[in-house]
Design a protein around this ligand. Sequence first.
Ligand code: ATP
Ligand code: MG
Ligand code: MG
Length: 380
Amino acid sequence: MNILVLGAGQLARMMSLSATHLDIKVLAYDVGSKTVINPVTFTTTSESLQQAIESADAITAEFEHIPLDILALCQQSGKFYPGAEAIATGGDRAKEKALLDKTKVPCAPFKIITDRSHFLEAIDELGMPLVVKTCQAGYDGKGQWRVKSEAEIDAIWDEMSAFLQAGTQAQPHSIVAEKMIPFDREVSIIGVRTKEGDCKIYPLTENQHTNGVLTLSLAGKEKASIQAQAEEAFSKLANELNYVGVLAIEFFDVEGQLLVNEIAPRVHNSGHWTQQGAHVSQFENHIRAVAGLPIGDTNLLRPTAMINVLGQAHIPPQVLAIPGVTSHWYGKSAKPGRKVGHINVSADSLHKLGEVLAELADILPEQHYPGVMDTAQQLV
Ligand code: ATP
Ligand code: MG
Ligand code: MG
């Protein structure tokens, strides 16, 4: 069986690695260079997108900002999962908010902006500080503004306006303003849904961001009440989208109440811990669902943390000497802030996980791997 993935980054690579032992071959379409590649070896094939679509048994995606014409082409094939609508919803915050409204899943109060008067109304209605985000672009906190005072309004509007004007008739641009939520922490849920509508959901993950980028995730410490809220949101959204594959939902936890931040119609960085912390990883479960195979166990095997490796030339090999530690390299060259790999750490209890993280913190400098020591101290 052959699966074509739109996007050729580390998520396609990890899907391909986990597909290998199912005897499924993965090819990836790099939207930037318009080439079809093997996402593990990075070798380029001579196939065109059209040929790759024809020869694939199933098609999926590793990111949501995909041009609508490519989505339409894949949709026409009848073998695209989770499909054009789900991908487009994850790639457009206005569509995403409409879905949340329709399913009555709580999120931050918001307003969609397409001209300056909407922006001023949003400031009046939602107050400052205000979080403003481009609807059709942005990841890792890019394409966002924080409006903190009247004095900033004009300068921020100039940048917002440039984004709005860059839209086209085929792909119009909009912006969303959200109330700044004073959350206690950020969490996410990852789950998988089959073509028959069966769902399996991993335990909730607690996420730490540094400068808008995920730096550390932790699975295995959640209470049943929070898990149940997240699972309810997952079921409502996945069912409404008639979703097939892995879907991720990011939340703000405000005094035990979850508000959706955003959804990602794909495998997600905050689910990388599942490679060691669950019986079947998010990557394999996504491939299984898309291929029409039975999906696997999503229960936690052991408490597990994931540490992102950002902008480093390599992962310090000494980490591998510590029991319970594995490293995952994406085969990318290092650029400042770029995600180049991650480290998973598992232990038999949260207390022991804290001890291992403390050991790791000695090897991983705080400036490059923020939060490792803090998390260790919270757990022991
Ligand atoms: P990702 O890389 O996860 O796709 P993104 O660029 O799509 O990120 P968001 O997840 O929407 O961006 O926002 C990035 C971070 O900014 C959030 O994880 C959170 O820390 C903060 N943030 C976003 N929206 C709000 C809000 N309404 N109130 C408070 N903080 C927010
Ligand atoms: Mg996002
Ligand atoms: Mg996010």
